[in-house]
Write a protein that binds this ligand. Structure first.
Ligand code: ZN
Length: 133
């Protein structure tokens, strides 16, 4: 089951600068975390049931740094919260969606995450995200 939009990932050049901008809107950053596996630092903003994740690349070859070099700052991906990520990945693969991750990996906050290629989702980089809550 797909429960909600878990978060929207936003690629930023400078995390501290981005935090200032987003907190200026009246929101509050609750966690800052480095995810070495994805070469990013994230700042998480809770908005009701959903979140905004600000993402800063920690090296030139980080997917976020590459995205910004190509397209500038902006919305990087949308994450749907799911209850059984392995099952979802299996179904999507069967249905012909192009998976970037065939198996889930560990993302910010210890969630299980997997990406689906934008070429098979109307140009949107889609993340599936399963949290233990
Ligand atoms: Zn994400």
């Amino acid at each position: 089951m797909i429960g909600r939009i878990d978060h929207v990932g936003i690629a930023v050049k400078n995390l501290e600068e981005a935090i200032r901008v987003w907190e200026g809107l009246g929101l509050k950053v609750e966690e800052i975390e480095e995810v070495p596996d994805q070469k990013v630092r994230t700042a998480v903003i809770h908005v009701g049931e959903s979140r905004i994740e600000l993402l800063e690349g920690t090296s030139e070859d980080s997917p976020i740094s590459k995205f910004i070099a190509k397209r500038g700052e902006g919305i990087h991906h949308i994450a749907l919260g799911v209850d059984n990520i392995e099952e979802h990945l299996r179904k999507l693969k069967e249905a012909g969606y192009r998976l970037i991750d065939e198996k889930p990996r560990v993302g910010a906050g210890g969630a299980k995450i997997a990406f689906v290629h934008p070429k098979s989702v109307t140009g949107v980089l889609l993340e599936l995200c399963e949290r233990e809550e």
